[in-house]
Design a protein around this ligand. Structure first.
Ligand SMILES: NC(=O)c1ccc[n+]([C@@H]2O[C@H](COP(=O)([O-])OP(=O)(O)OC[C@H]3O[C@@H](n4cnc5c(N)ncnc54)[C@H](OP(=O)(O)O)[C@@H]3O)[C@@H](O)[C@H]2O)c1
Length: 326
């Protein structure tokens, strides 16, 4: 497994990590059996050399952290893993951050959280009130590295000023279906030794080639995702065609090629979720794929031309479907 180079993380960061929003989260609709599968996914991920495992207190209201923690304990994997979790920033002033960080560590069953991230910027409470809590957790040995998520570049830099030491990472949506980070966050991370952690690197399966306008995934999360609207598949026709072609050149799946494109960018790691061990294994193997420079450039060109429908369109479609069902 390849690692990110030149970043001051406390442990090596695998270019492909594991996302665990799916664990214990009803909205993904994977059912009761998936809880046991999730534990096996964690163990197999570590076996494959994945170090970065990303969870959050918000996923399944703590269930995901517990599932990850149980798996680490059961298989004695703690030392091999760089555990990342997140505070949901409801009133994130310092004492709240400290309490919530300790609660996450307890659910995870770890003394130290390797990376503690602010899940999203709070529009009212600025980082000058949040980061002192992060610093206290670092000083107490409960947190090693600090990160943010869904932050603009300006706010990421400000968070770092407020912390007084590196804010190692910014976890943002980044894939062939979500390109904004390419303009500022990705070059910034590469230039100063920080990390962009790419969430939904497969566009929640939109880039897998498994779905189309007549075969859309049915679950709460993806019903709300405008990527799965028919007009989105229409706009992405060329992009998905090229992705299929590039995947064919390398004898890999479209999902693997989509991940290879994400991590072709320096200082970027991808954290795909997986509904099965088989998907996890394929995702981990994507770390070894080297796309040619012209393949990366062509995919980037087509991804820039893709027009993703607005989120309100997905909300309207979901509401209309419900009304139709009565
Ligand atoms: N910080 C944030 O605000 C934020 C937001 C969203 C997500 N995240 C994090 O990022 C992680 C990943 O994002 P995500 O789960 O939203 O989307 P994703 O990783 O793009 O998509 C995951 C889904 O794609 C399908 N898939 C995975 N591997 C595949 C493969 N090899 N071949 C075909 N299909 C495959 C699976 O669904 P099916 O098999 O059901 O099709 C899986 O549940 C999350 O788990 C979470 O940790 C963070």
């Amino acid at each position: 497994m390849r690692h990110v180079e030149g970043v001051p993380s406390a442990k090596p960061l695998s270019r492909i990590g594991l996302g665990t929003w799916q664990f214990g989260s009803r909205e993904w609709g994977y059912g009761e059996d998936y809880v046991a599968e999730a534990g096996r996914i964690v163990a197999r991920a570590v076996d494959l050399g994945i170090t970065l495992i990303d969870t959050a207190e918000a996923y399944g209201f703590g269930a995901s952290e517990r599932i990850v923690g149980d798996a680490l304990r059961e298989h004695d994997l703690r030392d091999q893993v760089y555990v990342a979790t997140k505070i949901f920033p409801f009133f994130p002033i310092a004492p709240v951050v400290v309490n919530r960080g300790r609660a996450s560590a307890e659910r995870l069953g770890v003394e130290t959280i390797d990376l503690y991230q602010v899940h999203q910027p709070n529009p009212v409470i600025k980082d000058g009130r949040t980061m002192p809590g992060m610093r206290q957790l670092q000083d107490a040995g409960v947190v090693t590295d600090v990160g943010v998520s869904n932050y603009s570049l300006a706010r990421w830099k400000d968070a770092e000023r407020q912390l007084g030491s590196p804010v190692l990472s910014n976890q943002v949506e980044f894939s062939l279906a979500a390109m904004d980070a390419l303009d500022d966050l990705v070059p910034y991370a590469a230039s100063v030794g920080r990390v962009v952690i790419a969430w939904s690197p497969l566009g929640q399966g939109f880039l897998s080639g498994r779905y189309d306008a007549d075969n859309r995934p049915a679950n709460g999360v993806r019903n709300m995702n405008p990527l799965f609207l028919p007009e989105s598949f229409e706009s992405a026709r060329e992009l998905l065609g090229t992705l299929r072609e590039v995947a064919g050149n390398h004898g890999v799946s479209m999902s693997q090629a989509a991940l290879a494109w994400v991590i072709a960018h320096p200082n970027v790691v991808a954290i795909p979720g997986a509904s099965s061990i088989e998907q996890l294994e394929k995702n981990a193997a994507a770390a070894e794929i080297d796309l040619a420079a012209d393949e990366v450039a062509e995919l980037t060109r087509q991804a820039r031309a893709f027009r993703r429908p607005a989120r309100t369109e997905a909300l309207k479609a979901s509401l209309a479907a419900r009304l139709h069902r009565g």
